[in-house]
Design a protein. Structure first.
Length: 284
């Protein structure tokens, strides 16, 4: 299988447009069309419904998306494994859900690098469902997310609890007063959304939705808004008086989970990584 065909297929599926895919891949439109037809010929199915200004994957194309991503990820991992230096004996691939790494585990990479002798690290920020699939496909060794995967084949370990607090960039405010301030909704996962709907229904319609705590913090400071942010992330700003806890707003707790495939041949290294990451969360 020519991996260029898969890359072209994925880009067309992402852009829903042959011309845009061609621009992004630095190819001609005819070259993109030819590659897609080559892949369709090899598979014996049509991957796209071709209508003017409306390119959509067929049902076969939707299924192929999962396999194309897995094949390319496995190929990249294979190339990296083969090219490990003499000081490195193994590669470990870690998937992180959006918002987890930047918000909580900033020091984790260095901790893993120092504590896992001879291990080359590969990290990717991926959606929760994609990480579960990649664990089962053996293209990821571990995933870290707010929601434990509901798959019997995977082992899930709770790393720790993360405290989220409602903070204001517009000066001291009560929960009632926060209802009059701009609000930024940060995606902290399913459990948070349920708690938020029950306890904070009076907060205004968000002026921004984001999956990044860093983006939310920047926007909050610039616009005098409020948002739920990690306590460890805003402690210094609270102490300096730049931000303020919203009075009367209960802190919400989120669990942080690490999951892996129980029959992975790197279990010893994975268990060492779990211990190191648990220490990082406790320190925060």
């Amino acid at each position: 299988m020519d991996t260029d065909l898969l890359k072209t297929f994925l880009e067309v599926a992402r852009t829903r447009h042959f011309g845009k895919a061609a621009d992004n891949l630095f190819l001609t439109r005819s070259a993109v069309s030819f590659r897609v037809k080559q892949l369709e010929s090899a598979l014996g199915v049509e991957l796209f419904e071709r209508q003017r200004n409306n390119i959509q994957p067929t049902s076969a194309g939707e299924r192929m998306l999962i396999h194309a991503e897995a094949i390319l990820t496995a190929w990249e991992r294979a190339k990296q494994d083969i090219s490990l230096s003499s000081e490195q004996s193994m590669q470990m691939a870690v998937g992180i859900a959006p918002n987890v790494w930047s918000a909580y585990l900033q020091g984790a990479l260095q901790t893993l690098h120092d504590g896992l002798d001879g291990v080359a690290l590969r990290t990717e920020e991926l959606p929760h469902t994609v990480m579960g699939r990649q664990l089962l496909a053996r293209t990821l060794d571990m995933m870290i997310s707010f929601d434990a995967p509901q798959l019997d084949e995977l082992e899930a370990i709770k790393l720790g609890e993360i405290e989220l607090c409602l903070v204001s960039g517009a000066g001291p405010a009560t929960l009632q007063e926060a209802a009059e301030l701009p609000y930024i909704k940060v995606n902290w996962g399913t459990v948070f959304n349920i708690q938020h709907a029950k306890e904070f229904a009076d907060l205004p319609i968000p002026i921004m939705h984001t999956g990044s705590a860093a983006i939310a913090l920047d926007f909050l400071r610039a616009n005098g808004a409020t948002a739920f942010l990690p306590k460890n992330m805003v402690t210094g700003l609270l102490e300096s008086g730049e931000l303020h806890l919203v009075e009367g707003a209960r802190e919400l707790s989120r669990s942080l989970y690490l999951a892996y495939w129980g029959e992975n041949d790197r279990l010893e290294i994975i268990r060492s990584a779990v211990k190191l990451l648990s220490q990082v969360v406790k320190q925060d």
